[in-house]
Design a protein around this ligand. Structure first.
Ligand code: CP
Length: 315
């Protein structure tokens, strides 16, 4: 019997959220709807203790502010508790195999969130886990962030179906996750980044033109977009490339001129942390079209709905 099939704590088959496309459109819509209910109750100070006595283990092999606080506060608000592990405060930092960590941790907790490097490392953990595993960011994907971003868009502008999202900058874990979301939820993704930092066709495969359009010129990519979004020029784990990236990305700064190309009602999002004066100007990120603080807060509401769904199914 595999580690995973020994699981006995689930109401149905063991599910993970390792990348956005692990969920169907209908499941994503359910989680986002449930997040709205959970958020509304939070704002009214109404208790929502659906995960009473459940424990979440959070494993961080990279730094975090938002992911840690949103998962930790969220789990306590659901009536559960949290264990925080890092490479330096656990045996992971002393070369204990990730498979052994998964086997042990998942015998003692109900749910695991991991932030790590390669997606394959996350998949190895999940393959040996008895409980659901959530991707808290890998080099390849950041699905919880995109859940929060889409929730934020829907809160402010309604359905994202048929809309255009412009991704400006590095084709990183956020860009690849936006692409999965566009395919599932039916919107168009415009992507523009400097040569050498664009989407890899070997990873994207064939994508329909109504789902993905790539542009050399970021001003063209932003034209008519309902949402303009970007990220730091150097993601975690790529710090050695800092200087060459600084030169390559010089024209990929979201500024007022770029935002003026977008739809008049366009929103600006950034998953944070941001470097003002690099990938975005202070005028834009601190300006009226920016919704970055709601976007950050919404991490907590959507992840509460996600944890509840993985452990309890639909309510
Ligand atoms: N956006 C995001 O994941 O933030 P942290 O790196 O602070 O967790």
């Amino acid at each position: 019997m595999s580690d995973a099939t020994q699981n006995t704590s689930q109401t149905g088959p063991l599910r993970h959220f390792l990348q956005f496309r692990d969920f169907s459109r209908e499941e994503i819509e359910y989680v986002l709807g449930r997040a709205q209910l959970i958020k509304d109750k939070f704002k009214r100070y109404q208790p929502h203790h659906t995960l009473h006595d459940r424990t979440l283990a959070m494993v961080f092999e990279k730094a975090s502010t938002r992911t840690r606080v949103s998962f930790e506060a969220g789990m306590y608000q659901l009536g559960g508790s949290v264990i925080h592990l890092t490479s330096s405060n656990s045996q992971l930092g002393r070369s204990e195999p990730i498979e052994d960590t998964a086997r042990v941790v998942s015998r003692m907790v109900d749910l695991v969130m991991i932030r790590t490097f390669e997606q394959t490392r996350l998949e190895r953990f999940a393959a040996h886990s008895r409980v659901p595993v959530i991707n808290g960011l890998t080099n390849e994907y950041h699905p919880c962030q995109i859940l929060a971003d889409i929730f934020t868009f829907m809160e402010m502008r309604g359905s994202i179906e048929g809309k255009t999202v412009a991704w400006i900058g590095d084709a990183n874990n956020m860009a690849y996750t936006w692409l999965q979301a566009a395919e599932i939820l039916g919107f168009t993704l415009h992507v523009s980044g400097p040569k050498g930092y664009q989407l890899d066709p070997k990873l994207t495969g064939q994508v329909a033109p109504h789902v993905l359009r790539e542009f050399n010129d970021p001003m063209e990519a932003t034209k008519g977009a309902h949402l303009v979004t970007t990220d730091v020029w150097t993601s975690m784990g790529f710090e050695a490339e800092n200087e060459e990236r600084r030169l390559a990305f010089n024209d990929w700064c979201v500024d007022a001129e770029m935002m003026a190309q977008a739809h008049p009602d366009a929103l600006f999002m950034h998953c944070l942390p941001a470097h003002r004066g690099e990938e975005v100007t202070a005028e834009v990120i601190d300006g009226p079209q920016s919704v970055v603080w709601d976007e950050a807060e919404n991490r907590m509401h959507v992840q509460k709905a996600l944890m509840e769904f993985l452990l309890l199914g639909k309510q």
